[in-house]
Design a protein around this ligand. Structure first.
Ligand code: HEC
Length: 157
């Protein structure tokens, strides 16, 4: 595939058909942009659900379900951006351990996807802000755990 589409547009266009593992990058820089984009969107949409869970935003069942669904999708594609060879090539906070301790990194990614699926299920059930608290907390712990272990404080360059 040699389409000159920006990575994010490519990701959005092909969500329905392409498996995350099929994401291909011409340059390490493209993979880095892709994961930054997916992580940013994941954070934005998860953040909206988390704000309802904590009472910082009013509860809205439909918005909770929609945002949880987008966050879940982003959690499934974000990790395709940690492609082999993309340890450097653009400023990144990814630790090199991601490519050496891949099993541990993948464990966090898998657990996140399970926790996101649970959050979406609960959000779709529409049980109110309190019902979101547990699943939001579980997701948040995994974001933090992986960032503590696999993300540097500072950009590489
Ligand atoms: C399996 C590990 C892992 C999990 C789980 C994870 N992240 Fe990340 N995240 C990373 C790494 C590594 C980076 C740094 C990527 C880089 O700079 O190339 C990152 C970067 C980010 C960024 C910064 C993006 C940018 O443009 O620099 C945000 C925001 C973010 N993550 C949000 C989240 C949120 C929210 C969650 C949970 C819903 C989450 N992450 C879960 C590993 C993870």
């Amino acid at each position: 595939m040699k389409h000159p589409l920006p990575a994010l547009a490519a990701a959005v266009c092909c969500l329905a058909t392409a498996l995350p593992a099929a994401a291909q990058f011409q340059k390490p820089e493209d993979a880095i942009k892709y994961r930054h984009s997916a992580m940013t969107l994941q954070a934005a949409h998860f953040g909206r659900v988390a704000a309802m869970a904590s009472g910082r935003a009013p509860y809205d069942a439909q918005a909770a379900a929609e945002n949880a669904s987008i966050a879940r999708t982003m959690s499934t594609i974000a990790f395709a951006g940690f492609a082999p060879g993309s340890e450097k090539g653009a400023p990144t906070r990814a630790k090199p351990d991601i490519w050496t301790d891949t099993a541990e990194f993948k464990k966090y990614a898998d657990q996140l996807q399970t926790a996101m699926a649970k959050l979406e299920e609960v959000a779709r059930a529409g049980g109110g802000a309190d019902a979101l608290k547990g699943p939001v907390g579980d997701v948040g712990k995994l974001c933090k755990g992986c960032h503590d272990d696999f993300r540097n404080e500072k950009l590489s360059n």
